[in-house]
Design a protein around this ligand. Sequence first.
Ligand code: NAD
Length: 425
Amino acid sequence: MIKHLKKGKQEDEKAIDNQKVKVIVENIISDIETRGDAAVSEYSGQFDKWTPESFRLTKEEIDACYEQLSEQEINDIKWAQKQVRNFATIQRESMKDVEVETLPGVVLGHKNIPVDSVGCYVPGGKYPLVASAHMSIVTAKVAGVKRVVAATPPFQGKPSPAVIVAMDLAGADEIYTFGGVQAIAAMAVGTDTIEPVSMIVGPGNAFVAEAKRQLFGRIGIDLFAGPTETLVIADDSVDGELCAADLLGQAEHGLNSPAVLLTNSEQLGKETMAEVERQLTVLPTADVASVAWRDYGEVIVCDTYDEMLQVANDLAFEHVQIMTKDVPYFQKNMRNFGALFLGPETNVSYGDKCIGTNHTLPTKGAGRYTGGLWVGKFLKTCTYQRVTEEASVMVGEYCSRLCAIEGFAGHKEQADIRLRRYGKK
Ligand code: NAD
């Protein structure tokens, strides 16, 4: 039996929130399409109180950011990027081009071609999300993307030095300080001062994620990577203190970040709820985390592992932390998720910041149909074919008859002309 010890906002309330965001985003995109740079500047002023002469940073401005960081900070950023680059490189090497003779004289193949230009969004409204620079830019460069444009909102009224340094170290070709829908729309549709890109990647708040969704088709996107979600699956092998820390560590992302405990122990559920309240009294980011927990926090108690698995696969959450006696059971059977964190020894923060797996992950159920950002998302797997004259005749006979079934006269003639030319030899 599935029982809720605590529930968050109901689905209809969430739908109203989504609808409001959709309309706001539609209006901003359409205005930027019409008025270009002037509109970008106005929205940047309205939402971020930021209207510089140019949103693009000069080399001197980028260099000045290095001066504001300690050697330790720069080295830590480099270490995180090394882990991301290393794993992305291994993943890239696993993506082989293919060329194979499938029938005598029929050669089929595919090659992986990097997208020409990409816009990497690095969130920065509440926190300067330095790590998102590693995740998008380093990975795009490993994939071989030639032009990588990076954008981030100002943080506390100016470009965040740590984010800018991370973008530069990661290999960004152009760096802009602007955020939200205006950044996504400017990179996607282009303005007088910004060349449009072919694809936009990276996480962001509900406005950013919705802007990417609305622009998809016109440009490529990586995935729907909106407000962070975390699911902690735990049993009595761990305690409430650890569960609460793992829930609040993600709830602090934003006011609408769901954090859910799924357990087969009612005792652990109650203990975790009490611990959350205690930890909120000392957590410096409690102003955000407490609202997220109040509105989107849940504690769900099941009877069995099988029941927990069912709920977890239905939720298809972005992050899933497994802290049960039988970790391999969940590793083997979890099907819908962004990333798994297996065992109490690891946690979402390692993945978020530095361990090497990508932190840009599917939210709002997108885990049902996609994994997170990775080097393969920047590559187009495009096919080709080649045949001998003999093979053309063999395939052409099938093709001609199949075209006749569909009534495609022009297609049929494409096959027939080859039958006439190569068939008589
Ligand atoms: P952000 O950079 O995503 O958004 C800031 C921008 O939002 C601002 O520049 C502003 O232009 C715009 N904005 C704010 N209020 C607005 C309004 N009322 N109307 C229109 N635009 C508005 O930074 P953030 O807000 O701190 O959010 C970061 C988000 O990224 C969090 O929700 C976090 O959970 C999420 N995240 C997701 C993943 C993932 O992989 N899914 C990873 C990391 C972070």
